[in-house]
Design a binder for this molecule. Structure first.
Ligand code: PRP
Ligand code: MN
Ligand code: MG
Length: 185
């Protein structure tokens, strides 16, 4: 069999804990954007799961749009070199934008993306991330809504991948070391 749950060493946050925290964040977002619902901008592909759950938790009439940027592909370190692979469909002039991310690691991708969106004349650009790795932050970017801090370990699930796998795990987990560091033959 090929059950992705067999590759899990430890569960950091369960599906239920993630749902409860997202509900708290949703109430904060509803308060912040009571006058003008935001455009949620999900960063493909990791943010697909959190945008999907957050948007359905919100009672505001949000819009959703998506960007794809290249940061570090299947490797494990961020370069800060960013390229837009898919831009927004929407014109954000005068609008309130809320970028939604699964995880902020170095913060380099998001500090670039925030500056890029700010240059388009929106009313505001803020960031919501479900996870943050404080040990690896290299940017002093302001994160308006943060779900959880996570340790500097190889975390996957709930949208986060290792070489495109494990995004569909329901919990946020740490992988077994043999998955990403196979023993030498
Ligand atoms: C991951 C993650 C964030 C980004 C964080 O995406 O989903 O988008 O890296 O890294 P940073 O804070 O160091 O810039 P990745 O590039 O792996 O693409 P993916 O979302 O398609 O998995
Ligand atoms: Mn991503
Ligand atoms: Mg990735």
């Amino acid at each position: 069999t090929d059950d992705i749950r067999d590759d899990v060493r430890e569960v950091l946050f369960t599906e239920q804990q993630l749902r409860e925290r997202l509900a708290e964040i949703a109430r904060e977002i509803e308060a912040e954007y009571a006058d003008e619902p935001p455009l949620l901008v999900g960063v493909l592909k990791g943010a697909v799961v959190v945008v999907s759950d957050l948007a359905r938790e919100l009672r505001l009439p949000v819009h959703m749009d998506w960007m794809a940027v290249s940061s570090y592909g299947s490797g494990t370190t961020s370069s800060g070199v960013v390229r837009i692979l898919k831009d927004l469909d929407a014109d954000i002039t005068g609008r309130r934008v809320l970028i939604v991310e699964d995880i902020i690691d170095s913060g380099l991708t998001l500090s670039w993306l925030k500056a890029n969106l700010e240059s388009r004349g929106p009313a505001s650009v803020d960031i919501c991330t479900l996870f943050r790795k404080p040990a690896r932050l290299k940017s002093d970017i302001e994160l308006k809504f943060v779900g959880f801090d996570v340790p500097d370990e190889f975390v996957v699930g709930y949208g986060l991948d290792y070489d495109e796998r494990y995004r569909n795990l329901r919990d946020l987990v740490v992988l077994q070391p043999h998955v990403y560091a196979p023993a030498e033959a």
